[in-house]
Design a protein around this ligand. Structure first.
Ligand SMILES: *[C@@H]1O[C@H](CO)[C@@H](O)[C@H](O)[C@H]1NC(C)=O
Ligand SMILES: [Cu+2]
Length: 470
């Protein structure tokens, strides 16, 4: 009996304590100015009955709880990204800059914000455009060089010079350089197929500062705005030699979105005219990434490259290389690294996996290895970054080919050095050093690292997991 009484007393105390604690939590929340104002407003509603007021105050609590939860989740996400994988970017890492019924622009900017490890590419930014059939992207310019890669679809691009516009057709695989400050517009010239464009932004030549990917739109009025509406009315009247009323009427009339559908006739009217003058205009036209033979190609995949040495590509001054890797389903690229280039990789098709070794990230738990294994699941629309010198590998799923478009910055003198395959840096090591370093007969070392295939190999995806599941 005595024991029972003690137990129930303990229970009672515990109950009291927890009641006190929960009260403490509530009063802590009450101190939050936002929830206080919210509840205050509930009490002030004259038309509310007592019950209405209570419901209203409960809603304040609920809202506050949701907000706290959201904040907590956000923090957790950030922690995970920061600590484990600053090199892989998902859709939530993109900012939506333009979002209309007929198209949108997503931007990945400020690589340095995500991690100091990405400061080598802090001056670069990536934009992704999705434009619906027969839609028009209004004329705009950037204070950065823009290198366009037409991932999919058919486009017309118009580039404005001092006194006229040059137009070009863009096909899948086309690369086009838009010099800094050049006003441009785009058209999806197909009625049904969506147009996908990836655009790398980098500082104008001989400048070096982070780019911000903010567009200067020439057309527009007040909503959406034209860059001109930032000027005072007096200045505009004088500069355009137009009376105030006429100008206001004109700007008020401008209600078009940044991206909008246009008529078939307008699309045809915007088609580039065939030039009979063979020397072309001021701009270098598009250069297709599939023009040159692939640098590597076998049944397991192909790698296409266009770099600064290709004069016709427009990349000659930019120290930039564009590559497209098409990894056959169920296959992988070799483990390799870039000697000089930092790679900004954009997954355009399929899905797969990515692994990279990085000595800069510290393991949270103590571990015998100090090369942090970075890994990530890849999906179309994702971006991953591979700094120079970091060995990495990509694998395609069994279901689909994995297509990756890469912007490789600092590409001059860059080499891709592999750890496995016909040519690899381990086999290339001189015999004496190899035997000293590996403490193994040279032929045996070569046997491990060499194989007949080069660059792309077959890969058994997820075999271990499947066996474990079964
Ligand atoms: C990738 O390669 C396959 C053939 O293996 C081909 O059918 C497909 O069109 C290629 N994709 C791209 C984007 O080049
Ligand atoms: Cu690293």
């Amino acid at each position: 009996m005595a024991i029972k009484a003690k137990v129930s007393l303990a229970f009672f105390l515990f109950f009291l304590l927890s009641l006190l604690c929960s009260n403490l939590v509530i009063s802590k929340e009450e101190r939050d100015p936002e929830i206080k104002t919210c509840k205050h407003q509930c009490r002030q509603q004259l038309q509310y009955s007592e019950e209405d007021k209570n419901v209203c105050m409960e809603e304040c609590d609920e809202y506050h709880r949701m907000k706290k939860e959201r904040e907590k989740r956000k923090e957790q996400d950030q922690d995970e990204d920061e600590n484990e994988n600053p090199y892989v970017f998902k859709s939530k890492d993109f900012d939506t800059r333009i979002d209309t019924e007929d198209g949108r622009v997503l931007v990945l900017n400020k690589f340095n914000d995500k991690s100091k490890l990405l400061r080598n590419i802090e001056n670069y930014g990536l934009a992704v455009l999705e434009v619906k059939g027969h839609a028009f992207v209004s004329p705009h310019h950037f204070d950065s060089e823009v290198i366009i890669f037409n991932v999919k679809g058919k486009a017309i691009i118009g580039l404005v010079m001092e006194d006229k516009t040059e137009r070009f057709n863009l096909e899948s695989g086309d690369i086009m350089r838009v010099p800094a400050g050049t006003p441009m517009y785009l058209v999806n010239r197909d009625e049904n197929e969506k147009l996908f464009i990836a655009a790398l932004h980098m500082p104008p030549l001989s400048a070096s500062a982070p780019v911000n990917l903010e567009a200067f739109f020439e057309p527009g009025g007040r909503n959406p705005e034209s860059v001109l509406t930032a000027f005072s009315s007096k200045v505009l009247q004088a500069a355009l030699k137009t009376p105030k009323e006429k100008l206001e009427r004109f700007f008020d009339y401008q209600r078009r979105e940044r991206i909008f559908k246009i008529s078939k006739e307008d699309v045809h009217g915007l088609a580039p005219k065939r030039s009979i003058w063979p020397f072309g205009g001021q701009f270098k036209g598009p250069f297709n990434i599939f023009t040159n033979r692939p640098s590597f190609s076998n049944q397991y995949g192909s790698l296409f490259e266009v770099g600064p040495s290709e004069e016709k590509s427009g990349l000659d001054e930019l120290n930039l290389m564009l590559t497209l890797a098409n990894i056959t389903k169920g296959c992988m690229s070799t483990i390799y690294y870039n000697t000089n280039a930092n790679k900004i990789a954009f997954v355009t098709e399929g899905e797969g996996d990515f692994e990279m070794a990085c000595p800069h990230l510290k393991e949270k738990k103590s571990s015998s290895t100090s090369y942090h294994k970075i890994s990530g699941r890849l999906k179309a629309g994702m971006v991953f970054v591979v700094p120079a010198g970091h060995p990495f590998v990509t694998m395609a799923s069994k279901k689909n080919n994995l297509v990756i478009v890469c912007f490789e910055v600092n590409a001059e003198r860059n080499k891709k050095l592999a750890f496995a395959g016909k040519r690899n840096i381990v086999s290339a090591l001189d015999k004496r050093a190899k035997e000293v370093a590996y403490e193994y007969p040279a032929e045996k070392v070569d046997e491990i690292f060499e194989r007949d295939e080069e660059f792309f190999f077959p890969y058994e995806e997820g075999e271990e997991e499947e066996r474990a599941d079964a």
